[in-house]
Design a protein around this ligand. Structure first.
Ligand code: AHR
Length: 517
């Protein structure tokens, strides 16, 4: 092949046109898919959301600059207080006068928990932020009685010892927590009180039945697998639900992704794993429904998902905890995210929306400093990581009904795990004020010219109200303390011919187009 032919063929290969057509309806988007997760871990609470000496701190010691960023992020619910932490947590340590709260060892993160923030303080913070609380109970080192105590303290409107104590602690009216997680990652050998599926299923069923007797209005989440690669994945869900099917509303899914061995292309298609994860969990839980002849549908609470640089390239855990004297609020899991990580996060959101009929709750793990979209420096600034942008834009623009998009002609990428995969992934959402189309180009090398046919929406008269892209010539670019605004969404150029939108997605890019009157 001559040089000119080679160049021409390369251009042809590198610029392919993806034709995207709005087709069917997936389902209504539950706003709770835009949830977050706050764990007592590292500098998440202390020296993160709470820092009394910070210049921006309010009268309760909460950083108002962080509150503003959490509001901008658009998290609807926040799962609290863990995570692995909850499996050793005594919730009563976090109520009452602060000066008499005990300091405790947190075995999960080899830290000291001062208990200066507990249920009351966290609820105040949530009121300021404007998000709803989703509480996890400790089924690791504790049992049904303690879960009932917490539920009574939080939700009951009657004159009892616990509700009097709540009132004495400044809260006469119930907190009214709607969603409750029955423990955390009980399938994981690392979890305090780890059990097999049968033992956990029986315990979760007993806890759920008792909790519903106390408050029939709550929604309950049973622990599913802490990863699709867990050896018990699938059988865990089936066994747990054989014990809890009548008692719970959700089964949880947790998934973390990272680039390994410099394999950027492989990392970029991580959402294919999420898609399979959802399909396989749905199949497992519906199998239990079929066994019982039930038309009840257990929903998925994808209540931990994110990019997390958890493992070193040799497979060992990065940042394994060492005994360095049980510190308070050490710097743990403070991953710095780049543009490629943001594209993966945006693509994971597209995938969760593609399953809106069954994924009715999800929590980005986590929120501040700990594998987080928001970082802070003690006494210093707070800033947005790259992953902040796809989340905030999707939460703001991706409401209403999720619609499937058919994609033809997109560049392909080859994955060692998933084979031949479309480089372009996309979903659309429609609500009473307009339509949004979310797109990811997961190729490290190829630009995708995209044509979006909106004719199925009858959107001819509707204008492009805004369009954003997260990309960079250097996909390893990140926002840091030294350069906190290095990466930001840029305006995306979109042209229009009738019902067809035209745009160009460079390699490693995530974008949203909003059409509205
Ligand atoms: O989010 C960090 C940890 O990941 C959580 O504590 C645990 O539930 C999961 O393994």
């Amino acid at each position: 092949m001559s040089d000119a032919d080679e160049r021409a063929s390369k251009e042809e290969r590198e610029i392919m046109t993806a034709r995207v057509r709005v087709s069917g309806v997936v389902g209504e988007i539950d706003p709770r898919v835009y949830g977050g997760f706050v764990e007592h871990l590292g500098r998440h609470i202390y020296d993160g959301i709470h820092e009394s000496a910070h210049p921006s701190a309010d009268e309760e010691g909460f950083r108002t600059d962080v509150i503003a960023l959490v509001q901008e992020l658009g998290v609807t619910t926040i799962r609290y207080p863990g995570g692995n932490f909850v499996s050793g947590y005594r919730w009563e340590d976090g109520i009452g006068p602060r000066e008499s709260r005990p300091r405790r060892l947190d075995l999960a993160w080899r830290s000291t928990e001062t208990n200066q923030v507990g249920l009351h303080e966290f609820s105040h913070w949530l009121e300021k932020v404007g998000s709803d609380l989703m509480l996890a109970v400790n089924l690791g080192t504790r049992d049904v009685a303690e879960a009932l105590d917490l539920l009574e303290y939080a939700n009951v409107d009657a004159d009892t010892a616990w509700t009097r104590e709540r009132a004495a602690n400044g809260r006469p009216t119930p907190f009214g927590v709607r969603m409750w997680c029955l423990g955390n990652e009980m399938d994981g050998p690392w979890q305090l009180g780890h059990r097999n599926a049968e033992d956990y299923g029986k315990l979760a069923s007993r806890a759920a039945k008792a909790m519903r007797m106390l408050d029939p209005t709550i929604e309950l989440v049973a622990c599913g697998s802490s990863g699709r690669d867990m050896p018990t994945f699938g059988s865990w869900e089936r066994e747990v639900l054989r014990h809890t099917f009548d008692d719970v509303d959700f089964i949880s899914c947790h998934a973390y992704y990272q680039e390994r061995g410099g394999e950027a292309q492989e990392f970029l298609v991580s959402a294919v794993d999420t898609d399979l994860f959802v399909r396989e969990v749905v199949a497992a839980v519906d199998e239990v429904a079929a066994e019982r002849g039930s038309d009840k549908r257990i929903m998925l609470s994808f209540d931990e998902w994110n990019v997390w640089y958890q493992f070193a390239d040799d497979g060992t855990k990065a940042g394994d905890l060492v005994d360095d004297g049980w510190p308070v609020a050490p710097r743990l899991l403070e991953d710095q995210y780049n543009v490629m990580d943001a594209v993966v996060v945006g693509d994971l959101l597209i995938t969760l929306l593609q399953h809106s009929d069954r994924v009715r709750s999800a929590s980005l793990a986590q929120l501040v400093n700990v594998i987080a979209p928001i970082m802070t420096e003690p006494g210093g600034p707070a800033w947005r990581q790259t992953t902040f942008f796809p989340f905030s834009l999707t939460s703001r623009l991706g409401r209403g009904t999720a619609r499937t998009l058919e994609i033809e002609g997109a560049p392909r990428v080859q994955s060692a795990r998933f084979g031949d995969v479309s480089a372009v992934n996309a979903v659309a959402t429609t609500d009473e004020t307009g339509t949004s189309v979310f797109l990811a180009n997961r190729s490290v090398a190829e630009t995708a010219e995209v044509q979006i046919d909106l004719s199925a929406l009858g959107a001819a008269s509707v204008a492009v109200a805004e369009a954003w892209i997260v990309t960079d010539a250097d996909y390893r670019a990140a926002n840091t303390l030294a350069e906190p605004e290095r990466v930001a969404p840029q305006a995306l150029s979109v042209t229009r011919e009738g019902d067809v939108l035209h745009l160009s997605l460079p390699p490693v890019a995530w974008a949203v187009i909003r059409l509205a009157d």
